[in-house]
Each structure stands twice: as structure tokens, then as C-alpha cells.
Design a protein around this ligand. Sequence first.
Ligand code: 5GP
Ligand code: ZN
Length: 137
Amino acid sequence: MENDCLFCKIIKGEIPSHKIYEDESTYAFLDIHPINRGHTLVVPKEHHENIYDTPSEVFQSVMKTVHLLASKIKQAIGSEGINIGINNERAAGQLVFHLHAHIIPRWSDDGHMHWHGNPYQTGEIETIKDIITQEFK
Ligand code: 5GP
Ligand code: ZN
């Protein structure tokens, strides 16, 4: 628990939230500024800032809840699709520094654009693969 963490306060009930689901290790509630209706946040009850400092078993418990809720939310809201996302660090759009997964109902005509990819230069993809796989050695 972190005293000044918004999501820790929500989990403790010190700040109200619209709870969707709770189990021994995770808590899920409606995002207050939804991209679409039914946009839900899933958080671990343990405070961890982002994916890097979240133990694997805690992260897995979050993903288990995401997996359970994704189809329930799609069914209930009647969306055409669901995006799952986790923003890590400010550069990636993280605003609340308690790990959370977004479950976002989507419609093909909801106006939210998919990201645009950029092609690799010749040979670049092999270099990037080598740089990343080096981390496992
Ligand atoms: P991030 O950008 O950190 O991935 O997402 C933070 C999310 O938390 C945002 O989508 C924002 O709307 C949501 N949020 C911020 N403050 C509150 C709050 O007090 N209550 C709820 N339910 N959601 C919040
Ligand atoms: Zn917290």
C-alpha cells in the first residue's frame, strides 16, 4: 500500500469506485473517463508501479481477471471488439503509477484509430531481434 496512491485508496474504499469484480488479489472497476462505455481497469491489490516491478504471479493474477472479464464485458455491453492495454511509464501514457490493465470495448465506427506501423529498413528487423534476444543471454 502506498499512502498517496489513488488506486490503493480505491481498493481500500477510501475513494469510491464502481466495482465490477474482486477476488483475493485483484480489483476491477469502471474507468471514470472511458474511451467507450464499459471501459474497465483491473489492478492488483498489491501496490506495484508498473510491469517491471510487478512479480510474475501478481501479473498473472491480473491477466486471469482480464481474461475472465473481457468476454463478460463484451457480452454485457454488446461491443464488436475489446482492446486490452497496459501503459508503462509516462512516455507510454501512464498517468496513475499503480499497475493497471485497461479493458476497452470497441466498435468499428467508434472513431478511435488503430496505431499506424512503420516498415523496417532492409536488415533492420534482424538487428532488432538480435538486440532484444541478447537480453536473455
Ligand atoms: P493510464 O493513463 O495511467 O494508463 O490510465 C489511468 C486511467 O485511470 C485513465 O484512463 C483515467 O481515466 C483513470 N482514472 C483516473 N482517475 C480515476 C479515478 O479517480 N477513478 C477512476 N475510476 N478512474 C480514474
Ligand atoms: Zn497503489
